[in-house]
Structures are given as structure tokens and as C-alpha cells.
Design a protein around this ligand. Structure first.
Ligand code: PBG
Length: 329
């Protein structure tokens, strides 16, 4: 036997494996999504997302203190308004739940980056991400409402707005609205390649945002499509997006890798609610090792090319990393 190359040489000990690890997770990679609800002293656990709850604005400071102590750099806010209507007016109300939440967080901890979800689906009585005209989600009449929403978030103090509606032209519309209102420094993280995915199930329960009729296939991307994601990203960058996102993450690692290879811009991946619920459920049944699978999944998302990972695992991962956990070496 004359074997020159033995790739196993560099796998012999944990310390060698640590030295040659190509991808390493760090707390700086993570964004923690938070659900903010109306009312006071309200904490509603989300059954399908263990460890996550809808919190009223008054309970946010304590939550944010935890986020800060774990050194997580950013949160992404979703709102559950008191009432819904056909135009989703709660999304752009000056005293809306997300607007109040941003003010509260920025007052207490200005150094934490606050990202807001810009979309109408949590605020419309029909649950769609846009205005309904003749039974369809109308692209162009939705844009002014997204502009108002983004500007109201910026007025409250948001650092980054994140449009997730998938209307065409919304990044450009939001950029010009922000600039006209004087918010030239507020960045846009666009959900550029957002697929119509069944993995959003637990989120829609958490955010009460399931569509009352039909589905989102006429605006979110079709799962079989890969090249189309590059067109979406190209378009959003041309319109002024600062960060682009692929969502979901795990079933779309090829898309993450493609976007990373094609565009030298910060790339976010959203490890969505269903991806989180899947691991939690299997771990609860004793079918998977929770820590190792979580590290493996998030490492895969980073290895594929994500610079930023939006994940419901952010707090537990931050804790594990701070404790020096490294189950993959
Ligand atoms: C709203 C929105 C959704 C998610 C983020 N923003 C749901 C949807 O499009 O139905 C999903 C996030 C998750 O599943 O964790 N447009």
C-alpha cells in the first residue's frame, strides 16, 4: 500500500480538527427574531416554537437585557396589533406596536441594532402581504403602504428595515421614501429570494398572519426555481438594498451559495420557524441530539455563504458559544 495522500491525518485529534475547521460560528453571526404584541404584562408562549413568546412592549426591556448580556448584535421585530383591517393600517400607525417597541428598545439600549419586518400580513384582516383588488394581491397599490410602514419604523428609530412582502419594486419605493423623509442612513435588508414555503407554519401561528383565503404563491417564489433567485437579488440591489436575504435557509442552501458567489454584498439567511420547530420536536422526542444538530444546521448555512443568520436558536447558540461548546470538532 503506497498512499501519499491520507486525508485522515488531519482528523486525528480534536485540536487538529479545530485548527483546520473552515467554518466557525460566532455570536456576531446571529439576529434574534422577537414577536411584540399589544397589551401590557402579556407573555404568550408559542407552542410550536419552544422558548419563544409574544411579549408586550413593557416586557421588552428585560428580554433585551438578556439579548445584550449574550452579546447578540441585532434583533428583528414582528408585531401583533390590537386590530386588523383591509389596508393593514396598524403596520404604519405612529403608535403601532412595532413603532412603540423600537422606541422602547432604542431608549434602553441604543447600541443594539434594531431591524423591523416591513410587511402588511400581520396587520391585514385577510392576512395577505398586500392590498386586495379584484380578489388579487395588487402590487402597485401596496407600495405606498410599505413606504409609510418603513418611514414610520425609521421615525421610531429602526436601524434597518426589512421588507418581506415580495412585491416588485418595493425596495426602490422604500429607499426613495426613506431618503425623502431624511432617513438616508437607515439601511434596507431585503427578503430578496423569499420562497413560498410550508416551513413558515409555526411563524404564522405565532404572528397570526396566515392568509384567510388562497396562498402566497402569486408573490413569493416557487421552490423549484434557482436562477430566478439571482434575478430577484440583482433587482433588489439595483433598487438600493444594502443586505439581501435568502429564506428559508436549510432547504435553499444552493441558493445561498449561488447568491454568495454572484454578489459581493452582505448576505443574510433566515433559518425560519419550521426549521427551528423541526429540530425542537425531534429533540423532545429524543430522536436527535439538539445541540449537535443545531450547530450542524447553522454551520451548514454559514458554510453555504451566509454572513448573517436570522435564527430562533440565537440565544441558546450564544450561550453555548460563550461556554466554549464546539460539538463539531
Ligand atoms: C411575513 C413574514 C413571514 C416570515 C417572516 N416574515 C411569513 C410569511 O411569509 O408567511 C416567516 C418567518 C418564519 O417562518 O420564521 N411576510
Amino acid at each position: 500500500m503506497d498512499l501519499t495522500h491520507r486525508l485522515r491525518r488531519l482528523r486525528q485529534s480534536r485540536s487538529i480538527r479545530r485548527l483546520v475547521a473552515e467554518t466557525r460560528l460566532g455570536v456576531d453571526d446571529f439576529v434574534l427574531p422577537l414577536f411584540v404584541t399589544h397589551g401590557v404584562k402579556t407573555r404568550q408562549e408559542i407552542a410550536s416554537m419552544p422558548g419563544h413568546a409574544r411579549l408586550s412592549v413593557d416586557l421588552l426591556p428585560a428580554e433585551i437585557e438578556g439579548v445584550m448580556s449574550l452579546n447578540i448584535p441585532a434583533v428583528l421585530l414582528f408585531g401583533l396589533p390590537e386590530g386588523k383591517d383591509s389596508l393593514g393600517s396598524g403596520a404604519y400607525a405612529g403608535d403601532g406596536v412595532v413603532q412603540r417597541a423600537v422606541k422602547e428598545i432604542k431608549r434602553a439600549t441604543p447600541e443594539l441594532t434594531v431591524i423591523t419586518d416591513v410587511c402588511l400580513c400581520e396587520y391585514t384582516d385577510h392576512g395577505h402581504c398586500g392590498v386586495i383588488k379584484d380578489g388579487k394581491v395588487d402590487n402597485d397599490s401596496t407600495l405606498p403602504l410599505l413606504q409609510k410602514t418603513a418611514v414610520s419604523h425609521a421615525e421610531a428609530g429602526a436601524d434597518i428595515v426589512a421588507p418581506s412582502d415580495m412585491m416588485d419594486g418595493r425596495v426602490g419605493a422604500i429607499r426613495s421614501a426613506l431618503d425623502n423623509a431624511g432617513f438616508t442612513d437607515v439601511a434596507i435588508m431585503s427578503y430578496a429570494a423569499k420562497y413560498c414555503s410550508a416551513f413558515y407554519g409555526p411563524f404564522r401561528e405565532a404572528a397570526e398572519s396566515a392568509p384567510a383565503f388562497g396562498d402566497r404563491r402569486a408573490y413569493q417564489m416557487a421552490p423549484p426555481n434557482r436562477a430566478e433567485a439571482l434575478r430577484e437579488v440583482e433587482e433588489d440591489l439595483a433598487e438600493g438594498a444594502d443586505i439581501v436575504m435568502v429564506k428559508p435557509a436549510l432547504p435553499y442552501l444552493d441558493v445561498i451559495a449561488d447568491v454568495k458567489a454572484s454578489f459581493p454584498v452582505p448576505l443574510a439567511a433566515y433559518n425560519v420557524s419550521g426549521e427551528f420547530a423541526m429540530l425542537k420536536a425531534a429533540a423532545r422526542l429524543g430522536w436527535l441530539d439538539e445541540k449537535r444538530t443545531t450547530f450542524e444546521v447553522l454551520t451548514a448555512i454559514k458554510r453555504a455563504g451566509a454572513d448573517i443568520i436570522i435564527t430562533y436558536h440565537a440565544k441558546e447558540m450564544a450561550r453555548w458559544l460563550a461556554e466554549g461548546e464546539d460539538p463539531l470538532s
